[in-house]
Structures are given as C-alpha cells and as structure tokens.
Ligand binder design. Structure first.
Ligand SMILES: [Zn+2]
Length: 260
C-alpha cells in the first residue's frame, strides 16, 4: 500500500482531481458550479481560488463572492476607501484570469453582520447562481468576520433550499459544503478531501499576485510563502505534486450506498 492509499484508507480521506456535489454527478463525470464565499477578497482568492480554477479547468464553473472588500487591512499610507477599490480591482483581474466571476456585497470590513438581512442576501446570491458546491470559511477562526461569514453561509444555504421561503427566485438546494484551509481558521480544521491543483497552480499563483497583500505590501504575514508552500505540503499528503485540502461539513460525511 502506498502512502496515498494509506491516508485514503486510514483517514477516510478522498484524493480527487475534481469536486462533485453528488454521487450521481460523480458518475456522470460532469463538474458543476462552485460558489466560493469569503469574508474578504484575499481569503477568497488565496484559500478558495485554486479550487475554483481546478473546477473551471475540468469543465465546470466558478464564482467568487466577497462579503466585504477587506478595506480596513489598508497599510498606513493608503486611505481605506482607496484600498477597498484596489482590492476590488485585484479580485476582478484575478477572477478573470481564472475564468471565474467575481461578486461583491460590500459589507463594512471588520463589521460583517450575521443577521437575517445578510443571510437572506447570500441566500439570494445562491438562488441566482445555483451552485452544486459551496466553499467558505471554517468556524475555527480567530477573526470575527470569518466566523460570521461561516454562520451566514450556513443559514443562507438553508434558506436557499427552503421551498416555502418566498424570495425573488425559486429555491435551490446546494449539494455539498466544504470549508477552506486558511491560516486564520486553523482551530480544529480537519481536512478530508484533497484536490489535485497541479494543472492550475501556476495560474492561481499568478492570480494571487494581483493583491498587494500577497506581495507583502500590507503587513507582516508572508501569504505568498505560506499558501504556495501549503499547496506543496498538502500535495505530499495526497500523493499529488500540489493540492488544496478541504474539510466537508461534519453533517455531510455520510455515504449512502447500495453496496460497497
Ligand atoms: Zn480575512
């Protein structure tokens, strides 16, 4: 048994080349749409961008929704609003490079509200975009916006699928929810799905490079070194050259089979 078979067998871990929302989608082989939902644009591109790129590369589609512009992460010499505009422009360029769509809800950074209004706005995006798969923040985060984003997304998925909840668009059921591997959301993050991103890794790194934060121009954290190394490290565990690790929502870890 090689290492990849070992981690798949021992850890109930899937090593995949493309994500599928349902077992029937997996059988048909057609990759669907992924909606990545991040509190801040950098989180979206650095922790979910490679997953979107891989889905698009395999014939699916990807949308990145940023709930804020991350404008309060501005360095001292750039006004907050200007930095927000720079973050929006970087995200549009990065998404374009990957063939993804970028959407912004522009809640105030550091003050992302978890309430009915925000959950219903994200519900409306889900009903409009109709993704099979949603990727967002894991709850084990020190950052309040990340925690609230996770709570908003869970409620939004519930509302989106609720037939009896009247909105401007009909209900849409998301098949699968994954959490992304983020240095700020690392408490109790236990990945169970490894996605081979080698074919899109260089393009994704190029997309990340549109952000001043990635290039170390806004703070101390070495985003470039961390996420490019993480892709190699996760690849080592999965038997791929480079990979992203995802965590399934604990409520969705049940396989329903007729036979093994
Ligand atoms: Zn963030």
């Amino acid at each position: 048994m090689d290492r990849r078979s070992f981690i798949q067998t021992a850890g109930n871990v899937a090593a995949l080349s493309v994500l599928h929302g349902t077992a029937s989608a997996q059988r048909s082989g057609a990759p669907g749409k992924i909606l990545a939902i991040a509190a801040h644009p950098g989180d979206g591109m650095f922790t979910m961008g490679a997953t979107l790129a891989q889905q698009i590369e395999r014939g699916g589609s990807g949308v990145l929704l940023s709930l804020s512009l991350g404008e309060k992460g501005a360095p001292k010499d750039i006004p907050v609003q200007q930095y927000g505009d720079m973050q929006r422009a970087a995200t549009q360029k990065a998404a374009h490079l990957l063939g993804a769509e970028a959407i912004f809800l522009s809640y105030p950074d550091a003050e992302l509200p978890f309430n009915e209004e925000s959950s219903l706005r994200v519900c409306d995006v889900i009903r409009e975009q109709k993704p099979e798969i949603v990727v967002t923040h894991w709850s084990g985060s020190w950052h309040k916006d990340h925690q609230n984003c996770q709570l908003i997304v869970r409620d939004a998925i519930f509302y989106a699928g609720l037939q009896t909840l009247q909105r401007s668009r009909p209900a849409h059921a998301v098949s699968k929810l994954f959490y992304a591997d983020n240095w700020e959301d690392a408490s109790n993050f236990i990945p169970d799905t490894y996605l081979n991103i080698d074919a899109v890794c260089e393009k994704w790194l190029q997309a990340c490079d549109f952000y001043p934060m990635w290039r170390g121009q806004t703070g101390f954290f070495r985003y470039n070194d961390y996420y490019s190394s993480l892709a190699v490290m996760r690849g080592c565990l999965a038997g791929f050259k480079r990979a992203v690790a995802l965590m399934s929502d604990p409520s969705q870890r049940t396989d329903r089979l007729q036979s093994l």
